[in-house]
Design a binder for this molecule. Sequence first.
Ligand SMILES: C[S@@+](CC[C@H](N)C(=O)[O-])C[C@H]1O[C@@H](n2cnc3c(N)ncnc32)[C@H](O)[C@@H]1O
Length: 227
Amino acid sequence: MSEPAEDPDVLARRIARESLDQEDPTGWFERLYSAASEGDAVVPWDRGAAHPLLAEWVEESQPSGAGKTALIVGAGTGWDAELIADLGFDTTAFDISPTAIEAARRNHPDSKAHYVTADLLAPPPRWHRAFDLVVEIYTVQALPIELQSAATQQVGEQVAPGGTLLVIAAARPDNQPDEAVEGPPWPLTRAAIESFARPDLRLIQVVQSPSPADPSIQRWRAEYLRD
Ligand SMILES: C[S@@+](CC[C@H](N)C(=O)[O-])C[C@H]1O[C@@H](n2cnc3c(N)ncnc32)[C@H](O)[C@@H]1O
């Protein structure tokens, strides 16, 4: 009798744990996307649509992308990038996983977005302060807590003067110690959300709301403006 296939969610967690145990905190993303492309795993965050809090922000803010640039961090298979590119932003969307980028190009063959493989922790120097809009959804929290401060800083460094940063993340209470979080993910405290701000990158709005799918999960939507 053949072995039953491993539950895809269990497999995703096992792939993450193996990488983390080998002190390779980002290697599991490519392994997971690659297993998913073979039909052996599911990518738990692949919603097949833009994140609802990004769609809500677009609805409220009505940003015009004409003549502007946007950067989508940890873009996965591209759904958020497509929403932003459709607003007219010249959109660059990147992910550390080449297989995710291939899937994004395949999912959106007529896309106006540029999909590229890159590492948030070592981004191309030409991106520095080059984007009028930077969108970060769930990438920083997918990294172990000891890497989050470097990742947070790199997100902010890509925002151009006069530009906007939008961050969407799962929330955790400030009094929950780091050691008590068994990631991935490692959700962000209010202090972590505030730490995207710099003297010239001001936090102008932060909203916390429950996830409609699971009201026990709180999410941040935070907006920052570079002077
Ligand atoms: C939890 S997923 C979120 C994906 C997408 N932003 C979303 O909300 O659906 C985190 C994404 O970040 C990517 N990622 C993780 N570390 C990264 C890094 N250092 N540089 C670029 N992308 C990274 C992963 O491959 C994955 O696609």
